[in-house]
Design a protein around this ligand. Sequence first.
Ligand SMILES: Cc1cc2nc3c(=O)[nH]c(=O)nc-3n(C[C@H](O)[C@H](O)[C@H](O)COP(=O)(O)OP(=O)(O)OC[C@H]3O[C@@H](n4cnc5c(N)ncnc54)[C@H](O)[C@@H]3O)c2cc1C
Length: 432
Amino acid sequence: MWDFETEPEFQKMLDWADDFVTQEVEPLDVAFPHLEYTPLSGPLRDIVMPLKQQVRDQGLWAPHLGPELGGQGYGQLKLALLNEILGRSRWAPIVFGTQAPDTGNAEIIAHYGTAEQKEKYLKPLLNGEVFSCYSMTEPHAGADPKMFTTRAVKDGDEWVINGWKFFSSNAKTADFLIVMVVTDPDVSAYQGMSMFLLPKDTPGVKIVRNLGVGDESGEHHSHALIHYDNVRVPADALLGGEGQAFVIAQTRLGGGRIHHAMRTIGLAQKALDMMCERALSRETQGSLLGDKQFVQGYIADSYIQLQQFRMFVMYTAWTIDKYKDYKKVRKDIAAVKVLLPQVMQDIAQRAIQLHGALGVTTEMPFVSMWLSGASLGLADGPTEVHKVTVARQVLHEYRPSDDLWPTGHLPKRKAAAQAKYASYFENEVGNQ
Ligand SMILES: Cc1cc2nc3c(=O)[nH]c(=O)nc-3n(C[C@H](O)[C@H](O)[C@H](O)COP(=O)(O)OP(=O)(O)OC[C@H]3O[C@@H](n4cnc5c(N)ncnc54)[C@H](O)[C@@H]3O)c2cc1C
């Protein structure tokens, strides 16, 4: 069955979320533009906590998780429909309990954590009272995790971690870190790397500095360079089994990538909405912008690009629900990840252009939208690497030609077709 409609019951919840985000959450984006991943305090807590409660009352809190973890288990397709609404607002993921990197971190602790780890780290994370950090990239290597060198060495009942990690987002406000390290350098990285869970205040965890994106001012820089300097953790700090880091990372990143794509639909739609309003409002050289064919081209291209992207994201989400296995949907998750920055940057760029000088200013959100596209062309793996994944997966579905000429070579096909219909031709000749 092919069906592009949403069940009426869930549509009602989406309508509620749409209105709630517009009325209650988007104003937070302008009142408190610098989102800090930190337990809320003061007036901000008084404003945001009741909003979170309203989301809980609607059964929409942490919608990416199953009921056993306090979510609703709606599945990826319904999550996509909700996330495209949340993607419009920087604050919405916090208010709905779906913010990265905590979502992915929660998923892997839920999947691989022990009962004690779930009690200590997962429970407060899901309650929205603490935040977390995923510390994987290193200063000399990001796209190729096989090159990581941060090392954990066993010492009695403890592990001792030494090395450097780069771009560990939100480390400064996180309560705990998940760090990916080499535990056995003598086997392949696929078997020799492990993940550890540790409180951020563990002695030896040194945040050397925080990097900012774009022109963020210093106090808001949030991507940490961390020196793990003789950090001692107990044996039970290991997340999953020794040597399981790659498998765990794939579980985490598969979900993370598609969730970014879902939210990007909403952000790109917001840029398109603003572009259309401008086209109908601004007049120059005797007519509205919207009457000029160049501008119509911007709008048509943006609409078409966004619709294609949205359909692809929805289809991929539907396929994840069907197979319940990210690995089986690897090709399409990678393809969506390739499209995401392109769609976001193209549409934001056109929105900038259509708004003239105003478009590039800090009084409009387009530069930050464009930058979110650029960042997502790198975070969770650069576009080029995902293209390689797509190409490899596509090529798996084909076989080489078994002779000199391609299977589609017309003379070859013609000879085969003539052989297939030879008896008809022979009869025709016989009847003449
Ligand atoms: C906003 C943001 C948040 C992030 N948050 C985190 C986080 O919380 N935790 C964390 O661990 N990391 C995080 N990262 C880091 C991110 O995972 C890395 O940036 C990414 O893996 C790429 O690594 P790199 O930056 O070292 O680039 P490199 O590995 O040096 O690659 C640089 C460029 O080389 C090219 N390239 C690389 N490999 C190939 C290839 N196989 N074929 C062709 N070209 C290639 C691409 O153009 C690529 O962009 C974040 C990054 C950003 C931008």
